[in-house]
Design a protein around this ligand. Structure first.
Ligand code: CTP
Length: 294
């Protein structure tokens, strides 16, 4: 089986070699609403759909050489895996439809705190739109749209710094998922998105998850978590996050538990990427099986 990794640093290109515009999905919702789970499920389901394609040799134009067909099947969405069965005038091509996708989190774009802010960290509002460096996020998106790989910081919630961990190199992809509490706040970021999803989880569920997560993963004590919640998290949800729900195309109740919603979203993305429509892209190519996942 041919490996996908050989392509890892290549920009995502169309059949004609031009850089493809990524399909950008925004996922917003309150803190601890389950955004990450929704994004992970979408990315998992999008990966590697195994299909069998048939080339009918007869209708092929004389100009369509084997090399040309091979090039089609080596494009970024369709990988050529194996040789053909050339009997009876038909050629079977088992291929993998591979959707490259990546997940970018708004947390990566938190501003670093000044020394003064660090000494009074409990007075800092991490849920306010100004806490994020949106210019940097826009810059990263611009590069990815032009087929360039880019380095993205990983935020450290314990030290409140974005330069503790090594940078993460992200490559241009067919699908980019932008996730974060305030990812719908700035109209320039919203304008990048082809699909907007709001994860709608009850406030008590979000608070319960947050207490568990912040005490276990971030080593914070319950009093501090509750204090931050009532002082910043809840007011910011009401003032900044909830008002962006109106921009959503899809509102998912119960977040990652809602498998029906996630299936529908993945189907829609596949349609938009043209994967349900291969016969139109490849006139001599017929999909006979498209349900077998690897
Ligand atoms: N935050 C924090 N301390 C920091 C930076 C951020 O407590 N140094 C908190 C903010 O108060 C904000 C939350 O992190 O409420 C944003 O994180 P979010 O992206 O919502 O992550 P998750 O809670 O993991 O989201 P989900 O469960 O929906 O995936």
């Amino acid at each position: 089986e041919e490996s996908h990794t050989s392509e890892i640093d290549q920009p995502t290109t169309s059949i004609d070699g031009s850089v493809k515009q990524p399909f950008v999905i925004g996922v917003a919702g309150g803190a601890a609403s389950g955004k990450t789970t929704v994004c992970d499920l979408i990315i998992d389901q999008l990966h590697d759909q195994r299909v069998v394609l048939i080339f009918f040799l007869m209708p092929l134009r004389p100009t369509t050489t084997f090399e040309t067909r091979k090039r089609w099947t080596q494009s970024s969405t369709v990988l050529h895996l194996n040789t053909s069965l050339g009997s009876l005038g038909v050629e079977l091509e088992p291929v993998t439809l591979s959707t490259k996708s990546l997940n970018l989190c708004q947390d990566s774009f938190y501003h670093n705190l000044t020394l003064e802010e660090l000494t009074k960290v409990h007075e800092y509002n991490f849920d306010h739109p100004d806490a994020f460096d949106t210019e940097q996020l826009l810059c990263v998106m611009e590069k990815l749209k032009h087929g360039q790989a880019v380095d993205v910081p990983k935020y450290d919630f314990k030290s409140y710094k974005n330069d503790v961990f090594p940078l993460r190199r992200v490559n241009p992809s067919d699908v980019i998922i932008l996730e974060g509490i305030l990812i719908f706040h700035d109209p320039r970021v919203r304008d990048l998105m082809s699909m907007k999803i709001f994860v709608d989880t009850d406030a008590d569920v979000r608070l319960a998850r947050r207490i568990r997560r912040d005490t276990v993963e971030k080593n914070r004590d319950i009093a501090t978590v509750l204090d931050q919640y009532s002082k910043f998290v809840k007011p910011a949800f009401d003032d900044f996050i909830l008002p962006t729900k109106k921009y959503a195309d899809i509102i998912i109740p119960r977040g990652g538990d809602n498998h029906v919603a996630i299936d529908l979203i993945v189907q829609h993305i596949r349609t938009k990427l043209g994967q349900n429509n291969l016969c139109k892209i490849y006139p001599n190519l017929y999909v006979i099986q498209s349900t077998f996942q690897i």
